[in-house]
Design a binder for this molecule. Structure first.
Ligand SMILES: O=C(O)CCC(=O)C(=O)O
Ligand SMILES: [Fe+2]
Length: 213
């Protein structure tokens, strides 16, 4: 059957100075990326963290790389081990690292070398309220964010929580890179709509690559 989208080449969609969506950029590698996610989760399962304010996050998380981001009653932090399992985070697969480095470069950030990859898993209704990624030491390094599975609405705002936001649909294989003058922009994900994705089932997955230390 004719598939109108299979030959679609990736394209760039600017969001703001220092921020761009690389549409469909990871689509060809999506199955391999998902297989790596499942292997990582078999070692360090997805878990719903508790925020410092005592709320259970609707997004389930795990990590790979030298450092992993997590939250507990003491605050947000990067750690070398999973406080749930007591294990070190699994190493960052070279497929992940190379994709993050290449796409940061394509977005204008050369020399990006992530030491942390947070893996988010959204189920229907799961959301991430507006926040800044600001726990990293060197804010000159960008964030590279890879979307897989079900689509979700990404909010991309300004430098104050109350600033107006752009809303863009992020689909399977889309990559957002933000850094430079956009590095501290507020962003979030609206509640996921239910669905079944042919490759990722009932979930949306997101990888965010960071230089934490
Ligand atoms: O899921 C997304 O697209 C965004 C994730 C995010 O902002 C984060 O993990 O800090
Ligand atoms: Fe974030």
């Amino acid at each position: 059957m004719l598939d109108l989208f299979s030959e679609e080449a990736p394209w760039q969609e600017p969001l703001a100075e220092g921020a761009v969506i690389l549409r469909r950029r990871a689509r060809d590698q999506a199955d391999a990326l998902l297989a790596e996610i499942y292997a990582i989760a078999a070692q360090n399962p997805f878990a719903h963290r508790i925020t410092p304010g005592g709320h259970r996050m609707s997004v389930a998380m795990t990590n790979c790389g030298d450092l992993g981001w997590s939250s507990d009653s003491r605050g947000y932090q990067y750690t070398e081990q999973d406080n749930h399992s007591g294990h070190k985070w699994p190493p960052m697969p070279s497929l992940f690292r190379e994709l993050a480095q290449q796409t940061a470069q394509e977005a204008g950030f050369s020399g990006f070398n992530p030491d942390a990859c947070l893996i988010n898993r959204y189920e229907p209704g799961a959301k991430l309220t507006l926040h800044q990624d600001k726990d990293e030491k060197d804010l000159r390094q960008p964030i590279v964010s890879v979307s897989l599975g079900l689509p979700a609405v990404f909010q991309f705002g300004g430098f104050e929580r109350g600033d107006a936001t752009q809303r863009v649909l992020l689909e399977h294989g889309d990559i957002v890179v933000w850094g430079g003058p956009s590095r501290l922009r507020y962003h979030g994900i609206l509640p996921l709509k239910p669905g079944v994705h042919p490759q990722a089932g009932a979930f949306r997955y997101n990888l965010t690559f960071r230089r934490a230390h």
